[in-house]
Write a protein that binds this ligand. Sequence first.
Ligand code: SF4
Length: 265
Amino acid sequence: MFIPAIASRPSVSQSLVKELRNDVCPRRIYGAYVLGLPTVPTDSQLRGIYFEYKLTGSCGKSGIPPIEPLQKTGKRYVDFERLDGQAQFIREELFPYYGIEILDTDVVIATEFTHPDTDEIVTVKCRLDVLARVNNKLAVIDIKATGDVANGGWRNPIGLDHTQAYFYMWALYQSKELNSEGVMPEFYYIVADWSPRSDYEVIKVEWNNGSFWEVRHAATEAFDKMKSMEEQGFPARPSYQQCQSCPFQHSCTDKKQFKEVKVIW
Ligand code: SF4
């Protein structure tokens, strides 16, 4: 497969940072982040997109309301029924309780850094699920859905990757249009569980002295990795799981057809 060079350098997003840190196949990254081709959502991502739509009415990047998958009999999956209940509960009971007032949804903002080594401009783009006021303070709310809120790291959020939160806070802090007061916004995750427990977590991430350096390091690291992958022609690095949801899965000759052997000790 011929992969041309990048015509214009794509902006860095928190999802690109995450994929690069997880060593996702460079050719897949080229398809998703340079060409902007859609990846196939996993079952879990599908539930997350559906939940965000139900809670905020936002259609996300696609601009199209998500289609709920149905059972062969035409009946609804119970997970989706529970997510409907969770969205109603959060909107009608949690939002008033925590003083959350939604200002806008699916807000795209960008900010720039000067690369500390090369002086190049690194653009960071952020797509905020919800722009809100929480007890009258400007805030970003990120909506998550999970099948197990107790074991997905949400009960021990210290260990979670906070780069996303810092990216969004910094971009909104810099936005003159959305933040005329120039205050550092607050950041919350609202996590809903679609299991029979119908549990939830509301988590606030605090900005700290190291947050700016983390944001700038993550952005420039991603920028450098993209440059290096471009120089190498975005080679394929197949892995069964990534290939199943890759935008090139029907044309890529390197696609992995079978699962890797799992090694245990
Ligand atoms: S199908 Fe697999 S190997 Fe090919 S580009 Fe996608 S992830 Fe990479």
